[in-house]
Design a binder for this molecule. Sequence first.
Ligand code: NDP
Length: 268
Amino acid sequence: MSKSLSEKFVIFGNPVEHSKSPQMHNAGFDHFSIDASYEKYLLEDAKKIKKIFLDNKFSGANITVPHKETAFAQADEVIGIAKKIGAVNTYVKENGKVLAYNTDGPGFLKAIESFGEVKKVLIIGAGGTARAIAFALQEQGKEVSILNRSKEKLAFFKENGFVTYTWDSFRLDHFDLVVNSTSAGLSDDLYPCNKTQLENIFLNSVNAFDCIYGKETPFLSLAKEEGLKTKDGEDMLLYQGILAFEYFSKKPANKTLIEIMRNALKKD
Ligand code: NDP
């Protein structure tokens, strides 16, 4: 009787050492008794990401900073919302073809379900993560505004039907949810915009979400002080992983799997 070969999965990134994806996915494979392993791959140059993926006989991959756009460009087929976002974080090999998905936006939507119904959202920041979140919310018919410190990255959002502001042109409004998708607070103590401006935004808002995880940022502390319901980015990371795992394993996630992957994520 022939023994089926163990499948290989990987995360490509630079840096990649800090990634918790291997522990999350390996815990998932163990749970379903799937003969597979998931490793880290430090990829400095993504020009040949698809070739490296295929040559190494990986069955699936996650792609993280700074390779998501390059990975998008090389995929044989881009599926779903990733086409609008212009970046992918998941590759799956099927019949020799590389299919690509973006699970960051859908992962964000799962993470904010605990806030209940939201209609009007302000996203601070206009980078790759903001794109993923903005299109996911737009597909659900939400009203989305983008606030960024500089103008350049806003043009893309404007062309795609979002209301856009720089700090100077911002007009105060009521928001059900305010999202920090900047890196302010990640390795510093900065607010993502002027503190007084943020205080005024929070005075008119209900919920606050920070994509940064593993620490309470100045953004989240201020939101808490002003009585908003808050959440950091850990669940977004978890759910983008769970959605990718469903593509890898072809199995729908159940509650047990979600808890197993959540616990694996919390390990050092
Ligand atoms: P990008 O580099 O693509 O974009 C960064 C954005 O933040 C830009 O709009 C930039 O503005 C703005 N920005 C950077 N520093 C500051 C600052 N000091 N004050 C105000 N604005 C600032 O980053 P990403 O979109 O890839 O990532 C954004 C954040 O999301 C990171 O903190 C990352 O850790 C987090 N993240 C979390 C995930 C999760 O699963 N929880 C997944 C992916 C990302 P400008 O245009 O003016 O330069």
